[in-house]
Ligand binder design. Structure first.
Ligand code: RAM
Length: 340
């Protein structure tokens, strides 16, 4: 009996020591200096991502001892992001949060980073499952896609031609939303509506503006545009106003209230939606930090306590959904435009 007790005590001591060692390994960054978390965005010069960066800085400040490195290529390409991630691996950062320009093209470089011990997650626009620990989606893809169609249908009384002005043709998030838009359009409610074109403005203002102009030209009976990108929707608003087509062609999509305020107020875009990009950047940075510290496992089913955002659960495909988008119109746009 006594021997059994000694054995149990010995085993307990071994486990305790292993636990302490493991814990020390995970939290090494604490002693060594600042934890470095890189946020790699689709491209620079996009206010949406600058708001994500602000949220990341807020999390860094709250968590303490964190340096946030904000980077992105000048145009939204996977090649540009691969180069950046390669250099972040060489710099031995602790974690990388990516908004991907391509679902598959980033897998090899993301795997290389993870092999080097870097915690890799995607946010906003996902890397395929094998190339990241988890993906933080702002909202569910199905919900976003279907609600965009419902909004434009309401604006054009369920009748007429519509077009989609998207971001880049490889963007994971927009492509998934567009798939859901197409599924929603199959419903009988939309039998009098027709999707006539999907064009890509590459999240560049001038290209998006030209694509909007192109739509007006090639589809003279166009009644509505869905632009599920903050850059595209703002450029479409400007194109509609410059050509006097506001009101004749309705506009909706995902827009930054601060950039869309004038169009929402004057009726060019009577309704649109978006989540809070500050919250998205905050949550991504917070999750990356907790993964490095070993406080989150990043496995399906885990409920992560994400600071001021509360509980976020990791679901199928290791995708975690942050929240539901807000819907904006002339009655609430001022309030939101003051924030982001
Ligand atoms: C653009 C980007 C981003 C997307 C928003 C809605 O800023 O394409 O990835 O989430 O629009």
């Amino acid at each position: 009996m006594k021997r059994v007790r000694i054995l149990i005590t010995a085993l307990f001591m071994i486990f305790l020591a292993a636990g302490l060692l493991f814990g020390a390994g995970e939290k090494e960054v604490e002693k060594e200096g600042k934890m470095r978390i890189a946020m790699v965005v689709k491209n620079l010069g996009n206010s949406f991502f600058e708001a994500c960066r602000d949220g990341g800085l807020e999390a860094a400040e709250e968590l303490g001892n964190v340096e946030l490195i904000y980077q992105g290529p000048s145009t939204p390409t996977a090649e540009g992001q691969i180069e950046i991630i390669d250099s972040l691996i060489a710099q031995k950062v602790d974690a990388i949060a990516i908004s991907a320009n391509d679902v598959d093209a980033l897998i090899p470089i993301a795997k290389k980073a993870m092999k080097a011990g870097i915690k890799v997650i995607s946010f906003d626009s996902g890397v395929a499952e094998e190339g990241r620990i988890l993906h933080l989606a702002p909202s569910g893809d199905e919900f976003i896609g279907r609600s965009q169609v419902k909004m434009i249908a309401g604006l054009i009384d369920y009748k007429g031609e519509i077009a989609i002005l998207s971001a880049s043709s490889q963007a994971t998030n927009q492509n998934s939303w567009i798939e859901w838009m197409k599924k929603e359009l199959e419903k009988a409610d939309y039998k009098d509506m027709k999707l006539v074109s999907v064009v890509y403005g590459d999240d560049l203002s001038d290209k998006s503006y030209r694509e909007a102009m192109g739509l007006f030209k090639s589809h003279p009976n166009l009644r509505g545009i869905i632009s599920p990108t903050t850059v595209g929707i703002a450029a479409s608003g400007k194109a509609l106003e410059d050509t006097g087509k506001a009101g004749k062609i309705e506009l909706t999509g995902l827009g930054l209230p601060s950039e869309m305020k004038q169009y929402v107020k004057n009726g060019t875009c009577r309704e649109m939606s978006l989540w809070n990009p500050i919250d998205l950047g905050y949550s991504s940075t917070y999750i990356a930090y907790k993964l490095v510290m070993g406080d989150f496992s990043g496995k399906k089913g885990e409920v992560m306590k994400v600071g001021r955002m509360g509980d976020i659960r990791i679901g199928d495909g290791n995708v975690a959904i942050m929240s539901e988008p807000y819907v904006f119109n002339k009655d609430n746009i001022d309030k939101f435009a003051a924030i982001y």
